[in-house]
Ligand binder design. Structure first.
Ligand code: FAD
Length: 347
């Protein structure tokens, strides 16, 4: 077996790319393997969260979003950076809870009078009791991913053309089977394979607490890209996110199998037509995203980085494996910092 003391990242979504960048910045020789499949990083809502929508509910997630989101700024164009999101409230009860949480986290928001909403062509139904401009940004994630990969290449990260790099467990170490290099043991393998992380760990026979669940959302194709990124923060919590392929429409929550597709489609379309009667809800197409999260915690956890050389309870032990699940792409740098710390500690 050939020994190659390289750090290898498996996965070229935002978790893999930001980990590869952070490791290269720390002076590691890094290979980053993708498999060409479309992951959550390419199919999401493009919300670069400020943390405002999580502030009173998941304050740790909100703080991580707020502290780390500016690290994307150098990879975004000026027009994107000028955009902002919108928080709407059905009634005044929740407004106080959110405004308190925003101010305790230092997230700057600006109340928006009804006349200003009208001026920018935002006509929800019913008219909101309160509206705020949020520092959340709507991002073209495909373009951002391409720029993040180019940034990694500039730092010397190697992206092999081979698409079939297979991890194998040998004793308590991971080795890789690579068509061009044969079998070799990376100094560390960072597993950043998104929701497929759970299945890969199963295949390797490594204990983990992850469960994969499905996240329904709708896409309204067409000329809706001018619509602002908009969240109702009470009531059904409908979110609208403009993306290049149309407007993404989401309600909170995960769906366990078996899935009732027509029920999920109806839920989204009914909410859309109630809140935004001017949008053609009948054209909404149902899509599914996948997430791997620890089964025991509430949905939407913060970044999860586990160094299996010194695992937390519920995880198997492997000398040279680090698992990285960022929770949100917004917090991928936060996760990548933890990956860099784990690799430094093991080196
Ligand atoms: C519907 C949806 C909407 C979301 N919206 C937002 C949002 O608006 N804002 C936000 O911050 N977060 C959002 N998220 C969360 C965010 O998209 C994810 O947390 C993040 O993109 C995960 O990145 P990742 O790199 O871990 O996974 P992925 O992007 O899924 O990347 C994993 C990569 O690993 C590759 N891979 C898997 N197995 C192998 C293998 N054996 N060999 C090589 N490569 C492999 C896959 O092909 C894939 O490219 C959303 C998630 C979903 C599902």
């Amino acid at each position: 077996m050939r020994i190659a003391p390289e750090t290898v990242v498996l996965g070229t979504g935002f978790a893999g790319l930001t980990s590869a960048v952070r490791l290269a910045e720390d002076g590691h020789r890094v290979r980053c393997h993708g498999d060409g499949a479309v992951g959550a990083s390419q199919q999401n809502f493009g919300q670069l969260h400020s943390g405002a929508v999580y502030a009173p509910v998941l304050p740790e997630v909100a703080a991580a979003c707020w502290q780390h989101r500016s690290r994307w700024f150098g990879l975004l164009d000026a027009e994107t950076l000028r955009s902002h999101g919108l928080a709407l409230f059905t009634n005044h009860r929740e407004v106080e809870r959110y405004t308190l949480a925003w101010s305790s986290l230092g997230i700057p928001v600006r109340p928006m009078p009804a006349a200003e909403l009208d001026h920018i062509g935002i006509h929800p139904n019913p008219a909101p009791a309160a509206a705020f401009a949020l520092p959340d940004i709507s991002v073209n994630v495909m373009a951002l991913q391409a720029r993040t990969q180019a940034h990694a290449v500039g730092l010397g990260v190697i992206f092999p053309l081979s698409e079939s790099c297979v991890p194998v467990l040998s004793g308590n170490e991971v080795v890789l089977r690579d068509p061009s290099l044969g079998y070799y043991r990376p100094s560390t393998l960072v597993l950043a394979a998104g929701h497929r992380t759970a299945g890969l760990l199963d295949l390797l026979g490594i204990q983990h607490p992850l469960a994969v669940s499905r996240l329904p959302y709708g896409v309204l194709e067409g000329p809706n890209r001018q619509h602002l990124l908009t969240y109702w923060l009470d009531g059904d919590m409908l979110a609208l996110s403009p993306q290049p392929n149309g407007l993404h429409v989401a309600l909170p929550g995960r769906v366990a199998d078996p899935v009732d597709e027509s029920k999920e489609h109806y839920r989204l379309a009914a909410s859309l037509s109630r809140r935004w009667p001017a949008l053609p809800a009948e054209k909404l197409r149902l899509k599914w995203g996948h997430v791997a999260e620890p089964a025991s915690v509430q949905p939407d956890p913060s970044a999860l980085v586990v160094d299996l050389s010194n695992p937390s309870p519920g995880w198997g032990q492997v000398a040279n494996l680090v698992v990285c699940l960022p929770g949100k792409w917004t917090t991928a740098w936060h996760a990548a910092d933890q990956v860099a710390q784990a690799v430094a500690a093991s080196g």
